[in-house]
Design a protein around this ligand. Sequence first.
Ligand SMILES: [Cu+2]
Length: 189
Amino acid sequence: MTTTLDVPPDLAELRDLESDLERRSGRRDNWTIMIFGVAVVALLFSMIAVGFGVRAISESEHHVQAAAPAVAPPAPVGLTSVTLSDMKVTPSSISIPAGKYTVTISNTGMMAHELLVFHTDIAAADLPVGADDKVAEDAPGFMVSDGDNLDPGASQSRVIDLSQPGTYLFVCNLPGHLMAGMHATVSVK
Ligand SMILES: [Cu+2]
């Protein structure tokens, strides 16, 4: 094997090489600056884009919130009040779970009323009415709650025992009032 001796390049060649290297490194610096510049611009654009995106999301959430209906509070289960008026019992029809309820009975009418509670499968319109225009209240197990006669504006609070499932009629049994429409049906399950 033969080895060639390295001949040292002359000075002019060295200078050429040096200037070439400088040019190349200069070009490399330019590239570096350009790439850095492009990166900065890209970063700025992405920040702006993210900003718009966040705004769009929060705006759409805002719209969703505005479009969603207000959540209504859950309706109270049971029976807390009954209103007597001329000639109505309100609520006129309600379905509630079995239980004992403390009920405030208010008379908002112009005349006296009362509230009786009958446990019966007979419809209010079919209740037998006597010569006195009243329903006979004394059948065993028929009347489960009786109360005061209430003058106009008066009210009474009492416990009504609705612990047996079935149908209850809330009736004003002053003469003629049932026939005039003063009854309500309460279904108990
Ligand atoms: Cu009445």
